[in-house]
Write a protein that binds this ligand. Structure first.
Ligand SMILES: Nc1ncnc2c1ncn2[C@@H]1O[C@H](COP(=O)(O)OP(=O)(O)OP(=O)(O)O)[C@@H](O)[C@H]1O
Ligand SMILES: [Mg+2]
Length: 266
């Protein structure tokens, strides 16, 4: 245990295992912390690999990916169709498990979590905009967006306020009582975006969130994602084929055949 020596200096008493000697190491913590950059790694992977159908027809979709993504940054994920972008996003969000390697989100090792802990973690920390929307077709727009708040057991008043304001943000206020099956593709995509953002998650994964939208609506959704980053300090990871959107992000990662490559190699 460290001993507080003065209001800025700690002493660690250490015993050398080899020689059995005792000695002191003095750390000047405030001084050390000032010299460190104020960053926190929100997502880190080590040697991440995903093999689909390992027994019958193995296919390595993610191959030895090690990366670290800083808190509060926006990151564009690019790569050709089939390069593994959705697979990597699902792994990072704890929606699928890797064949080998490690994933840490906000300091937590996903592999050590029970299913219940993983569900709570996803509900509290992650917003996921699926490429294929995965909205509930026979529920109303309102109920689709309210789902993560109901899981959290928020009050009815809180749910109404947050869902209504989120639906306004994505331009679907007038559709809140419509069954989702009756919406257009772009409107379903916006429901999926509203559902992902209504909880103000720490990490937003958006898998081609503007793929089905006209350029004007697409730009509004992009702005919404960047606003989440700015106002809620969210880390935003967005899969896109759109070079303009990628340019607007703080960083870009590129995948080719399941491996991280330099963006110039795409
Ligand atoms: N459940 C699965 N079983 C077997 N192979 C799969 C499975 N899911 C994905 N794959 C394969 O893994 C590879 C990566 O798929 P993934 O969906 O991650 O690609 P992507 O980069 O998101 O492509 P796109 O831009 O078309 O969405 C593809 O070759 C795909 O066929
Ligand atoms: Mg995909």
């Amino acid at each position: 245990m460290p001993v507080l020596y003065s209001n800025r200096t700690y002493i660690f008493e250490m015993t050398s295992r080899v020689r059995g000697e005792r000695g002191h190491i003095v750390f000047d913590f405030p001084h050390m912390l000032q010299s460190l950059p104020n960053i926190w790694c929100m997502i880190e992977t080590k040697n991440l690999t995903k093999v689909y159908n390992p027994k019958r027809t193995p296919y390595t979709a993610i191959n030895d990916v090690s990366l670290s993504l800083e808190e509060g940054k926006s990151i564009a994920m690019m790569g050709k169709s089939g390069s593994g972008k959705s697979t990597l996003m699902h792994l990072l969000a704890g929606l699928d498990s890797p064949s080998s390697g490690e994933i840490y989100i906000d300091g937590a090792n996903l592999a050590t979590m029970s299913n219940r802990e993983l569900n709570t973690f996803r509900n509290h920390s992650v917003g996921f905009v699926f490429q294929a929307f995965y909205v509930m077709p026979y529920d109303t727009v309102f109920e689709n967006v309210a789902l993560p708040l109901r899981i959290r057991k928020c009050s009815e008043q809180d749910i109404t306020a947050r869902v209504t304001s989120m639906l306004e943000e994505v331009g679907l206020a007038d559709k809140q009582h419509t069954d989702t099956i009756d919406l257009s593709g772009g409107q379903k995509q916006r429901v999926s975006i509203a559902r992902a953002l209504v909880t103000n998650p720490k990490v937003v994964f958006a898998d081609e969130p503007t793929g089905n939208l006209d350029s004007e609506t697409g730009e509004e959704i992009e702005n919404l994602l960047f606003r989440m980053q700015r106002e809620h300090k969210a880390t935003v990871i967005v899969v896109t084929h759109d070079a303009d959107l990628a340019q607007k992000c703080d960083e870009m990662i590129a995948l080719k055949d399941g491996e991280l490559v330099d963006k110039t190699d795409l």
